[in-house]
Design a protein around this ligand. Structure first.
Ligand code: ATP
Ligand code: MG
Length: 326
């Protein structure tokens, strides 16, 4: 049986499709997974199957069990607030594939931002949504036990974003290694691991988070840093002050949701992580594809390097961020 036929058989066994023809229509995206849309009697669904090797320029392997972490995260997040994650319909017995409900008419936030449609209210809802999952799972032994994905988080996040740069930059290496150790050691809440605008759908009910393959029980400061980094990079790319305002709105809303630890301490950790992630997006293994202008890269690199040496709380980092060369 071909892989596609296995998927169709899995959908039949799960009762999602009937005996007739089933069309797997590939969806855009898909660096790390095959993602299809499938019309079913119960409405459109999405089927996602993790790939052994990611479709990026640098060779990058990742365990397929990450499909299982994603399902767990989606279910847990829906338990916190049913509006913020798609409903999982079935786990298929092929390579950790799963089916979820397709959300019609919901653009990807990245596309909205790149098209100049920047809504700080939506950005605030993103901050609020991430914080809600963190607050609900903070200091929870059962959530910690459900997401023992440290090896995966190390392979997909710590190594490519922090250690890859450390290995190539002797001056910043001690700071980056210390940050990586700290990030790995903190077990505070359920982290999504890939809160990027390309993994957020814009629905009428607010943000819907997708693509939780890197979910881990860890440091919530990481999710906040990861998403803010994307907005700051796009602010440099477009020069649009509203992207920086969106970042500020996101951080402020997130901050209001912090009830599990001292907010200042979290924002300081997140600011330091943001500096590292900004640098990784210009010098690391997964560079931002739209930052091709050498001036843009310099603006990001110079600020990121300075911020790594002199950590700044994330709210201050965002308000002082320079979108152009001095
Ligand atoms: N439930 C859904 N409803 C509507 N669209 C969806 C849904 N799930 C995924 N998509 C679409 O498919 C795209 C890819 O999904 P997802 O991000 O989960 O896969 P991926 O392979 O991990 O992608 P990438 O590596 O590019 O981030 C999304 O950007 C979105 O456009
Ligand atoms: Mg994605």
């Amino acid at each position: 049986m071909t892989a596609d036929a296995e998927i169709v058989a899995g959908l039949r066994d799960a009762g999602l499709v009937g005996a007739g023809d089933v069309v797997l229509e590939p969806l855009t995206g898909g660096v790390s997974c095959d993602v299809w849309k499938v019309e079913t009697p119960g409405g459109p669904i999405v089927v996602k199957r993790p790939l052994e090797q990611l479709r990026v320029a640098a060779e990058w392997h990742a365990p397929v069990e990450r499909g299982q972490s994603e399902v767990r995260w989606l279910r847990r997040a829906r338990g916190v607030d049913a509006r913020i994650a798609p409903e999982v319909l079935a786990e298929l017995p092929v390579g950790h594939a799963f089916a979820m409900r397709f959300l019609p008419g919901c653009p990807v936030w990245k596309d909205e931002l790149m098209a100049g449609r920047v809504d700080p209210v939506f950005a605030a809802q993103v901050g609020q949504g991430i914080a809600a999952v963190h607050a609900a799972t903070a200091h929870s032994d059962s959530d910690r036990a459900d997401f023992p994905n440290d090896a995966m988080f190390r392979a997909l996040r710590v190594d490519p974003f922090l250690l890859y740069v450390a290995q190539r930059d002797a001056e910043l290496a001690p700071i980056l290694y210390a940050l990586a150790d700290d990030l790995t050691a903190r077990k505070i809440a359920l982290v999504h691991g890939d809160v990027s605008p390309k993994n957020i759908l814009v629905s009428a009910d607010g943000p819907v988070f997708l693509d939780a393959e890197c979910a881990v029980y860890g440091d919530p400061a990481f999710d906040l840093a990861f998403c803010t980094t994307h907005l700051l990079l796009k602010a440099v790319w477009s020069g649009d002050a509203r992207l920086q305002e969106a970042a500020a709105a996101l951080v402020a809303a997130y901050r209001r949701g912090i009830d599990w630890e001292d907010a200042e301490a979290l924002l300081l950790r997140s600011g330091h992580l943001t500096a590292a992630l900004l640098l990784a997006r210009v010098e690391g293994k997964s560079p931002a594809p739209y930052l091709t202008d050498p001036d843009h890269r310099r603006i990001v690199r110079d600020q990121a390097r300075a911020l790594l040496r002199a950590p700044t709380p994330l709210d201050a980092l965002v308000s002082h961020w320079q979108r152009t060369l001095p």
